[in-house]
Design a protein around this ligand. Structure first.
Ligand SMILES: C[S@@+](CC[C@H](N)C(=O)[O-])C[C@H]1O[C@@H](n2cnc3c(N)ncnc32)[C@H](O)[C@@H]1O
Length: 211
């Protein structure tokens, strides 16, 4: 599944077979590795040292040969890369919205800065119009609560006796397009999945935008 997602995302950015690609944040590298194996020059970045260690370990124990991603630990609000370093930036699996409107805008400005002119950003998230039709007060494996005023989703995950909480700002497509435009991006296209399906009430929100 991850390989298919990664290839779909790369295809939507229309980057070349030897493009410089940034996977941000990359988690444990499930998209970065298959892209690198295909010959793309991939950098995976995440702020979690544990995730990057898992990525490096997974590569060591995985079968298959070929080029590997470069792993760089960083907070994506301040990326340690020169201006114009990449042909594509991939932001996959609801990895945007962790920091609220102002700092999430800063994340998009960083993505814009590290892209070459003509390069493309892809953001793959859920969206508020979908969420507001599906969110339930509670589920058997945890609890969701959505703040209608602020747009923040709070998720409590129950795992055995332990519970943990995560918060994410869920944007509408309108809001995200506005933020991308404010960050400098143009040629903004919306899709409903990484296979270029149509964007709708019930689909995910996959946005491509060009520097
Ligand atoms: C939902 S996971 C997705 C990771 C990857 N894209 C995937 O699909 O497997 C979100 C990741 O965001 C990372 N993250 C959260 N805030 C970050 C930040 N400010 N800078 C860099 N990484 C961050 C977390 O460490 C986590 O690995």
């Amino acid at each position: 599944v991850s390989e298919r997602e990664a290839l779909g995302a790369a295809r939507l950015t229309r980057c070349s077979d030897r493009a410089d690609v940034l996977d941000a944040p990359c988690g444990y590298g499930r998209h970065a590795v298959p892209l690198a194996r295909r010959g793309l020059r991939v950098t995976g970045t995440d702020r979690s040292a544990a995730m990057l260690a898992r990525a490096a370990e997974a590569v060591r124990s995985a079968s298959g040969t070929g080029p590997l991603p470069r792993w760089v630990r960083a907070d994506y609000r301040r990326l340690p890369f020169a201006d114009g370093s990449f042909d594509a930036v991939l932001n996959l699996f609801t990895s945007f919205g962790f920091h609220g409107d102002t700092e999430d805008g800063q994340v998009l400005r960083e993505f814009y800065r590290v892209l070459r002119p003509g390069g493309a950003l892809l953001v793959d998230v859920t969206h508020r119009d979908r969420l507001s039709r599906s969110v339930r007060a509670s589920r058997s494996d945890g609890e969701f609560s959505f703040d209608l005023r602020t747009g923040w989703l709070r998720m409590v995950h129950l795992d055995g006796g332990r519970s943990s909480e995560s918060l994410i700002r869920v944007y509408t497509a309108t809001e995200l397009v506005g933020m991308l435009t404010a960050a400098g991006f143009g040629v903004i296209q919306l899709f409903g999945d990484l296979d270029a399906g149509p964007f709708s009430w019930d689909s995910r929100l996959v946005v491509t935008a060009r520097r």
